[in-house]
Structure formats: C-alpha cells, structure tokens
Design a protein around this ligand. Structure first.
Ligand code: MG
Length: 211
C-alpha cells in the first residue's frame, strides 16, 4: 500500500506529556517523518542507529486516509484502515533539539523510525475506542492506551492536518502515545497488540552504520 505523508501528533495524552515534563498543549502539535522512516513489523530484526544516544519506543494508533479530507464526510468515509505503530524517537537528540528550539526531524525522522503493524479495517471511532492498544517488550506490557484519553480527538486532528498541511488519500497519522515510554536495548522483542491480539512484532538491533 502506498503511503504519501506521515503526520504525527506530539503530547496527545496528558500522562505522557507529564512524564516528559511537557506542558499540556492547547492546540494540536504535529510533526512529520520522511517515508524512508517506514518499516512493517512482521517478526523481523529492525536496525536502529547505535551511535546517537537513547532510542525510546512510543506505541500509537495510526490511521490511513482513504480519500482527500472533506469536512462534510464522516470519519468512516475518510479513513479506511487503522493499525498500531511505533513512533521511535532518539530521545537524547530530541532533548538537545528542544533546548535549541530546533525542529525534531533529526530525532524523529531516521530510517525505521515509523514502525507499522498489519493494517486493519477502520470501523469507526466507537469501535476504535472500545478496545485498548498495548505494547509488550520482552513479554512484559510497557504501554497501554485508549483513544478515549486523547487530548485532541481524531476529527480535530484530521481537520487541523488538512487545514495546515493538506490531507489526501494515502496519508497516515500517528495519533500520539500514552504514558510508559522508555528506552530500547539491543535484542529487545516488541509486540504490538490491538483487541488483545498481536498485530505486529519485531526485534531491534543497533548499528552505528545505518543504511
Ligand atoms: Mg509520538
């Protein structure tokens, strides 16, 4: 499936904003990743940069646009698929960028930083909120979230993205991570879950030489 633009929401869950000592935003805060960041989690080993400090996992629900944004259409017509993803973040690099008030691209845009598990049909907001999503690391649950707890809901995020960047068929949106983010270590095994079922998994390795 072709993916055009990758939009990501930062600080969209209160407890996560607090755990990184960030203020609760009063309007959506978005950034994007290059499409080179994309990788599908299908049980394989994923190479990550090994020479740039801590890499944190951030499990997030991700939606895929079926058609160009139209404020008159319901979400079910605009979005055709959803999944769980990881917005991997070079946290030490990001902390330095924040100090300088620089954009986050260096911390968020490296290859394999946008991990996606298998796409599932989007069945509407109610269904999406009926079940939690979760991330397990080495067999232990480290994050659990529900879109009911998002600060800015999906309709608001789509409207905001369309207004400021354009939102078209093939664009995807990472909707923010709940509390519990933390660092990855070599050989960590990650399992992404939706409705308590595995939707994707991968193992991470670190290398100073990235592709
Ligand atoms: Mg994130």
């Amino acid at each position: 499936m072709e993916i055009k633009n990758i939009y990501c929401v930062g600080r969209n869950y209160r407890q996560h904003a607090r755990e990184l000592n960030n203020a609760i935003p009063t309007s959506p805060f978005l950034f994007s990743k290059p499409t080179h960041a994309l990788v599908e989690a299908k049980g394989q080993v994923i190479q990550l940069p090994g020479d740039r400090g801590a890499i944190h996992y951030e499990a997030e629900l991700v939606v895929h646009m079926a058609r160009p944004y139209d404020p008159n259409l319901p979400l079910e017509a605009l979005i055709d698929q959803m999944t769980i993803g990881l917005d991997l973040t070079l946290r030490d690099v990001q902390d330095e960028l924040k100090k300088k008030a620089y954009p986050w691209l260096l911390a968020k845009g490296f290859p394999n930083s946008a991990v996606l598990s298998a796409w599932l049909p989007f069945e509407g907001l109610e269904k999406m909120a009926e079940y939690d999503f979760a991330l397990e690391k080495n067999g232990q649950e480290v994050q659990r979230g529900n879109i009911k707890d998002m600060i800015f809901d999906l309709p608001t995020l789509l409207e905001f993205s369309a207004k400021h960047f354009g939102l078209d068929a093939g664009d995807i949106l990472f909707t923010g991570t709940p509390a519990g983010v933390g660092p990855l270590a070599p050989h960590d095994e990650l399992v992404l879950k939706w409705r308590e079922k595995m939707t994707g998994s991968c193992k991470v390795e670190f290398s100073a030489k990235m592709i």
